[in-house]
Unconditional design. Structure first.
Lengths: 228, 437
């Protein structure tokens, strides 16, 4: 029979007893898995090989697309020079044929219906490879950056809200990086492209359906210092 | 901006310490299900407790009931309730089928203090099984009641009680994100940081004095460490790209984090003051969500190196190649070691749903514990018996808890706002199982 009453005053502050360290359970960690190192190595090597093959494929695809684009452009240029059409532009009241409007990169960027006005690349769930349909957008922005060496961009990666927030943050980073890599392959200097990820934290669509999720799985190209 | 923000945090914490923060929406906890065999216990009203706002016996009863492991017995028809040893009529309580009987009283003492005394009796053997006295400030009655519940829980289940611990979580109201700390029963929620950009991944330091978390307030992910005593805040990691997924080492001296400064998300080890970042993984894939084993020698983490996100384990000293731990399904993320290091919980994609699962490390046996549509961020109670996680009802974020055997389920809701990203705090002092002698 315990008749002993242990009296002690208890100072419950918000997070008590700061001076005392956390008890660290000494637990013997056991090696359990039968998986042999060779298996693991094989798996890792295979994964690496797959990744590298994938990167190579992506690069090849981008190069092909770029060449195709160049051929098309060359053909257009050829046609234009054949006919030597007059260039007719409206003049505003206070400027006499000033070419500023055409040279203003911000106006070009926001020209409705142009590829440059498109700033988002969309992905499948848990994927960060760039689908073929978005390659022209990336090429257009890469070209634009090459002709305007003073401009810089930020690529913001986003995910739908399913799964882990932290994994999605990493996946968003990966998506942004995939855009950056495509652009650097097209010749844009690396230090002009900053990548960030918002993971699943900045959705643009809030439904719990594939249509909403698809809109949230994207990379946005944001021009730094764009006025307005 | 940085300094005004710091000032805001300061003011909040000062208010917190002085107990002057305006009342926040209380969290409500509903219990669903119960343990296999519930332990019968009868907690009688404590003598004199009605004079105080916080009714000790009611808080003790609520704690025990919420654990799902106890069956609270009727308090009988005899008045007044016994508060002294000599008043306990064992024969009567046997007739009421009481097995464990708790009595107590709350007495005013000098200098505004109160003495809380309680005893627990084993009715069958007519003996006292537990007895303690606490001399406390009257504002600490709720904390004292949690302490009593811990002692009863430990005596009757053999496990450490966690009723005195704290939880940390994020509440989203409109475009505002609040980092809050509350008692484990959801009472006393306090806002410790507030900003109109997302906050994710709060993690308690092992001594409970600091919380590391990720904030997007600089329009990118940066890791901060907040001192919950004085509200001071420091940047832990703000390298180029994302800085995220902080995980404290068991000794609190270092953190494993995910950085993208060298390209893709990789694991790094960093001192608690932000110095000495050292790269831990070298893969071409996503490596993130590190979590230390209780002995500090291993890290579990999420990686998509095999094509889909899976959980891997590596030695912190990097002496071995990471080893894959999960093989069921194509999406296994957010690993968290149990307190004994013998199992881990994680999020498993299960036929389009994302659920909390637990895997035994030795046998690789996996048990899916929850059934929500989108369960996230599991965090173990420090005794390893419950897992707190983020879930949702009708598109609104809630916290829920499930026992590690899947039997007991709790649902925790805030009166307004989305509640998410829970982190269960450590045991507050270096406690072992306590006994009266």
């Amino acid at each position: 029979m315990n008749k002993v009453i242990i009296a002690f005053s208890v100072a419950f502050l918000i997070v008590g007893c700061a001076g005392q360290g956390q008890q660290v359970a000494e637990i013997e960690q056991r090696e359990i898995f039968e998986q042999t190192p060779t298996e693991a190595e094989r798996e890792t090597a295979q994964a690496k090989a797959n990744k590298q093959a994938q990167i190579a494929r992506e690069q090849e695809e981008l190069r092909r697309q770029l060449e195709e684009q160049q051929r098309r452009q060359d053909a257009v240029d050829q046609q234009a020079s054949d006919f030597d059409e007059p260039v007719i532009r409206p003049l505003s009241d206070d400027s006499f044929g000033d070419t500023q409007a055409q040279d203003d990169p911000w106006l070009q960027l926001n020209e409705p219906g142009s590829l440059l006005a498109e700033r988002s690349i969309y992905y499948d769930f848990d994927r960060y490879d760039i689908k073929e349909e978005y390659v022209p957008i990336i090429e257009a922005h890469a070209d634009f950056l090459l002709t305007h060496p003073e401009l810089k961009i930020k690529v913001e990666g986003n995910c739908d809200d399913r799964g882990s927030r932290e994994y999605n943050l990493a996946l968003g980073q990966r998506r942004a990086e995939s855009v950056k890599r495509a652009m650097t392959l097209l010749g844009v200097e690396e230090d002009r492209i900053e990548t960030v990820s918002f993971g699943a934290e900045r959705p643009v669509a809030f439904g719990q359906d594939e249509a909403s999720w698809a809109q949230n799985r994207r990379s946005d190209i944001v021009y730094v210092d764009q006025p307005g | 901006m940085q300094s005004s923000n710091l000032l805001k945090t300061w003011i909040l914490v000062l208010m917190l310490l002085s107990g002057a923060l305006p009342a926040q929406a209380q969290l409500t906890i509903d219990v669903i299900g119960g343990g296999a065999s519930q332990i019968p216990i009868t907690v009688l009203p404590f003598g004199n407790e009605q004079r105080y706002e916080q009714k000790v016996s009611e808080i003790v009863s609520a704690d025990l009931r919420r654990s799902g492991l106890f069956r609270l017995g009727a308090v009988g028809s005899r008045r007044p309730f016994p508060t002294q040893v000599k008043d306990v009529d064992y024969e009567y309580w046997r007739s009421e089928r009481a097995q464990n009987l708790v009595i107590g009283d709350v007495m005013p003492r000098a200098e505004g203090k109160v003495e809380v005394r309680f005893r627990m009796f084993d009715v069958a053997s007519e003996s006292q099984s537990l007895g303690f006295s606490f001399l406390v400030d009257s504002r600490q009655l709720r904390a004292t009641a949690h302490k009593i519940a811990d002692l009863i829980y430990e005596k009757l289940t053999g496990d450490i009680g966690v009723f005195s611990t704290k939880i940390c979580y994020v509440v989203k109201r409109g475009e505002t994100f609040e980092l809050q700390i509350a008692d484990a029963d959801g009472y006393n929620p306090q806002v410790v940081h507030r900003y109109d950009e997302p906050i994710i991944s709060p993690q308690w330091s092992p001594d409970g004095t600091r919380v590391a978390y990720v904030s997007f307030e600089q329009r990118k992910a940066i890791i901060y460490v907040l001192n919950v005593f004085d509200g001071s805040r420091e940047i832990l990691a703000a390298y180029a790209g994302s800085n995220s997924a902080p995980a404290w080492s068991p000794d609190g001296k270092r953190l494993a984090v995910t950085l993208t400064k060298d390209g893709v998300s990789q694991l790094y080890l960093i001192n608690a003051d932000g110095s000495g970042a050292r790269r831990l993984t070298y893969s071409q894939s996503i490596d993130t969500e590190p979590n230390f084993s209780p002995d500090g020698r291993y890290l579990l983490f999420t990686s998509d190196r095999a094509g889909s996100p899976q959980i891997y384990r590596m030695r912190v000293d990097g002496s071995d190649d990471p080893r894959r731990m999960t093989f069921e399904g194509g999406y296994n993320v957010t690993p968290r070691y149990s307190a004994d290091g013998e199992s881990f919980v994680f999020i498993h994609r299960n036929q389009g749903r994302f659920n909390v699962a637990i895997q035994d490390i030795a046998s690789r046996q996996v048990q899916i514990l929850t059934s929500g549509r989108l369960d996230q961020s599991p965090t173990f109670a420090p005794n390893g018996k419950m897992i707190l996680y983020a879930s949702e009802i009708k598109g609104r974020g809630i916290l829920a808890a499930v026992s590690s055997d899947g039997r007991v389920k709790q649902r925790i809701t805030a009166q307004d706002g989305d509640i998410r990203e829970p982190a269960w705090g450590p045991l507050l002092n270096n406690r072992r199982k306590e006994s009266p002698e």
